[in-house]
Design a protein around this ligand. Structure first.
Ligand SMILES: NC(=O)C1=CN([C@@H]2O[C@H](COP(=O)(O)OP(=O)(O)OC[C@H]3O[C@@H](n4cnc5c(N)ncnc54)[C@H](O)[C@@H]3O)[C@@H](O)[C@H]2O)C=CC1
Ligand SMILES: CC(=O)C(C)=O
Length: 258
């Protein structure tokens, strides 16, 4: 009997992470969902359980020990690890001159330190197993372009892209691939908060206008859904992507071209 492959998706109580977890369950993976929000995570786990083997783990990606514990709990529950999706992330919406220590520290601790710690914990497990493995990071259009009032967030996603390239180069000899998905404008709770903050930063804007402006520029004419993102992560988690590493792939409906 073939053993089922095992995936971890961080920050998967809702939003894009949940969509990715759903797709990987449908693909036949055993999936460890994970989030800092215990209540939402428990609810999501019960909603996903009919799709396949799902378990949950509460943790904070910005804490190295939590990331290591997440990998250990996954291996204890499902016997191995094959795919690790560093999905959890937070936004920061602030005019450049008002960016402060608190925002820089929070955003970089979660988006950048979290991705590094998750990659290290997953790669250590792949090496221990003596198997190949796939690490898949959440980048963004903001990791390719830089957007006004999203300076801290854009810088953090550029750092995620750089770490994706470097980890891919260093881990290739161990048959570990490292890639990133770069969504555009998806209507999750993150964009609800971005919209609210952009309106606060520019009172001439009405609620909903920032989201409408960003999504109005998408060539394919609609905003992104978690399924759009999950379709790419499904590919990056599959054997069909075995010869791809170090790439930060845009999945944005035609918004950023580089
Ligand atoms: N929504 C969008 O349009 C885009 C999102 N992204 C990226 O995709 C990823 C997912 O975004 P969304 O689903 O939209 O966000 P979201 O805010 O809707 O969901 C993020 C999830 O991560 C969890 N989380 C936050 N901090 C955490 C921490 N320290 N440890 C563990 N879990 C934590 C939250 O509780 C939440 O369940 C993020 O990395 C984001 O930067 C990238 C481009 C566009
Ligand atoms: C949320 C996000 O990643 C943006 C605005 O690019």
């Amino acid at each position: 009997m073939m053993t089922k492959k095992v995936a971890v998706v961080t920050g998967s109580a809702g939003g894009l992470g949940r969509g990715i977890a759903e797709r990987l369950l449908k693909d036949g993976f055993s999936v460890m969902i994970h989030d800092i929000n215990k209540e939402a995570l428990t609810k999501t786990e019960s909603e996903l359980k009919d799709l396949g083997d799902v378990a949950s783990f509460v943790g904070d990606v910005s804490k190295k020990e939590d990331q290591e514990a997440l990998v250990a709990a996954t291996v204890e529950k499902f016997g191995q690890l094959n795919v690790f999706v560093n999905n959890a992330g937070v936004e920061a919406v602030t005019p450049f001159m008002d960016i402060d220590d608190k925002e820089l520290e929070r955003t970089f601790k979660i988006n950048v330190f979290g991705t590094v710690y998750g990659t290290q914990a997953a790669a250590a497990q792949f090496i221990k197993q003596g198997t190949s493995g796939k690490i898949i990071n959440a980048c963004s259009i903001a990791g390719h372009e830089a957007y006004e009032v999203l300076g801290t967030y854009s810088a953090s996603k550029h750092a995620v892209k750089a770490f994706t390239h470097v980890a891919a180069k260093e881990l290739a000899s161990k048959h570990i691939t490292v890639n990133a998905y770069c969504p555009g404008v998806a209507k999750t709770k993150m964009w609800d908060r971005i919209d609210e903050e952009m309106v606060k930063a520019d009172p001439s804007l009405k609620p909903g206008e920032p989201f409408a402006k960003f999504s109005g520029e998408i060539a394919l004419g609609r905003y992104e859904t978690p399924t759009d993102v999950a379709n790419l992560v499904h590919f990056l988690a599959s054997e069909d992507s075995d010869y791809i590493t170090g790439q930060a792939i845009l999945v944005d409906g035609g918004l950023v071209y580089n």
